[in-house]
Design a protein around this ligand. Structure first.
Ligand code: HXC
Length: 515
């Protein structure tokens, strides 16, 4: 064959490989609102930036007549591209080819692109759509998963890892997304579970649909396994692009700097957000939007453990990670789920050089048998650990209540916040005035002629003495008491002066956090 014939042969081979599982299988996927694996990659990446590799990889399985089957690309597409100008490595499982099931060569394609991502220090994006371990390939499929999990762990904290669940992700396969930093799901399309409805019915006699067991909403609202919920694949890709704009490519870089913008101070008037009545709820996201550039805020895990708010915003063009108690939900208490949610985010920001701003308004840890038995001690400790260990700039603002363990946990000076500010409305005490007066004056209240009036008087005395920022400020635990209107200016100054912060922790292989 001359070059011309060889080129024709190459194009024929490419056409063959590019047809995936064939028109019928593709139409079956389209009918349920899914794009093909290649369409997904093209939609997500910047125009014309996808370079595909390993198109001609084939499986090497022999059993169960596999040697007679041709599986184009072995059911997974891999390559490199750009998102918002950021280079990325990407793979997408192709459900039209043997249900996107993971055999040995399929896994080798994924691990090869993972190795590239780690070596080139660029984010890794995995689009999961698979029936799980390829049954015909037995232990080799399991080995493939093990190789992926190992690499997910090595890459953790070095490059951002993003998982997109766009179909089934069942059995042990779910552990790759679980080991990555951000999991995106789409309503009616994403399904994640360890054991599916059939197994649950056989073993436990319980009937449940796939959606109710492990659909997108369940993982965003209940389990916390997913971080972003979308109603369509296109919306999901827009969310990924937005996320990528906030984070650095790897742990040796800083996030890209954007042009500075002012917040929308007409819509978000910071002085009016906190109600004048002490216990009244308000939406802490309005405080965040009142201080960020363009009032933009990308919330993460918006539907899970809503008593704490986490996410990214920019201040003077630079990415900031926000952690804020949400007084609108459970008065903003810390509990098992909110501690998990915040601790993981703090560690992410610390790994990727993103400074942390913490907004405090909470009555403490949530009391109750449920919480105690669910391990609020163990889970609550995670947030203490994460803040203490974090060496990125840490700026804290106490807006209203900072009681008890909550005061310490929400990035107090004692956990090495660099700057702690408080509004004049801040109340820093061991507990709320009512609870405190009831405990320390119990005997006197019981003996009083008018116990109610006496209790009220003692509550007032306690409030007068402790429900303010000045006792803490007198000990230097608060660096400055500031007017709400000064907040953005003070935060930006503090972030600016902390840019070259250096902290050296004791040498160790790694700590032993309360996982
Ligand atoms: C081989 C598979 C497969 C698998 C699907 N297919 N899953 N082939 N191994 N695991 C094939 C089907 O045979 C079919 O091939 C094609 O993919 C499409 O599958 P359908 O069943 O027709 O699709 P659908 O009706 O949409 O159902 C999707 C599904 C179902 C719910 C995912 O396929 C399913 O339940 N698959 C098995 C899931 C599972 O139990 N996997 C193992 C999990 S254990 P044809 O040729 O007919 O088109 C696991 C362990 C990992 O993953 C451990 C890691 C530590």
């Amino acid at each position: 064959m001359g070059l011309k014939e060889k080129s024709i042969d190459l194009r024929r081979r490419m056409r063959n490989a590019l047809r995936g599982g064939g028109e019928k299988a593709i139409q079956r996927q389209k009918a349920i609102g899914k794009l093909t694996a290649r369409e997904r990659i093209i939609s997500l990446l910047d125009h014309n930036t996808f370079h595909e590799y390993d198109l001609f990889v084939e499986h090497a399985a022999k059993d169960f007549d596999m040697d007679k089957k041709y599986l184009p690309g072995d059911g997974v597409i891999t390559g490199t591209g750009m998102i918002m100008g950021h280079p990325v490595c990407i793979y997408a499982q192709d459900f039209t080819v043997a249900g996107g099931s993971l055999g040995w060569m399929h896994a080798k394609k994924i691990t090869k692109i993972m190795d590239h991502a780690l070596k080139l220090k660029v984010p890794l994006i995995g689009i999961n759509d698979s029936g799980g371990a390829r049954i015909q390939e037995g232990v080799n499929s399991l080995a493939g998963y093990g190789e992926i999990f190992y690499r997910n762990t090595l890459a953790s904290g070095v490059i951002p890892q993003i998982s997109v669940i766009l179909g089934p992700c069942a059995g042990g396969a779910v552990y790759s997304p679980a080991l990555t930093d951000f999991v995106f799901v789409v309503e009616n399309i994403s399904k994640m579970f360890i054991t599916g409805p059939e197994v649950i019915k056989t073993v436990l006699g319980e009937e449940i649909s796939m959606e109710a067991l492990g659909g997108a909403r369940v993982h965003c609202e209940t389990t916390g396994n997913a971080h972003f919920f979308a109603e369509s694949e296109q919306q999901c890709f827009d969310q990924i692009k937005n996320l990528v704009s906030y984070i650095p490519w790897n742990n040796a870089r800083k996030a890209e700097k954007f042009p500075k913008k002012r917040p929308n101070s007409k819509k978000y008037k910071i002085g009016n957000i906190i109600p004048s009545v002490p216990r009244e709820p308000y939406d802490v996201r309005n405080v965040i939007r009142a201080v960020t550039d363009d009032s933009s805020f990308m919330e993460i895990q918006e539907l899970f453990a809503q008593n704490i708010v986490i996410g990214f915003g920019r201040m003077d063009g630079e990415t900031v990670g926000f952690v804020a108690n949400q007084p609108m939900v459970l008065a903003g208490v810390l509990d098992v789920d909110s501690s998990d949610k915040a601790a993981r985010f703090i560690r992410y920001c610390d790994s990727f050089n993103i400074p942390l701003v913490t907004l405090v308004d909470l009555p403490g840890y949530l009391p109750g048998v449920d919480q105690e038995h669910a391990g609020v001690i163990r889970h609550g400790a995670k947030i203490l650990y994460a803040y203490s260990e974090a060496t990125v700039p840490k700026i804290t603002l106490i807006m209203r209540k900072a009681y008890g363990g909550g005061y310490i946990a929400m990035c107090s000076h004692h956990l090495r916040a660099d700057f702690v500010f408080a509004w004049p409305t801040a109340e820093i005490a061991v507990m709320g005035p009512e609870g405190a007066a009831n405990i320390i004056f119990r005997k006197e209240i019981a003996a009083a002629e008018d116990p109610d009036a006496f209790r009220k008087q003692k509550v007032e005395e306690y409030k007068e003495k402790f429900a303010n920022p000045y006792v803490a400020a007198a000990y230097g635990y608060i660096d400055a008491v500031i007017e709400p209107s000064e907040t953005r200016k003070m935060l930006i100054r503090a972030l600016d002066i902390s840019k070259d912060k250096e902290v050296f922790l004791p040498a160790k292989k790694h700590g032993v956090p309360p996982f």
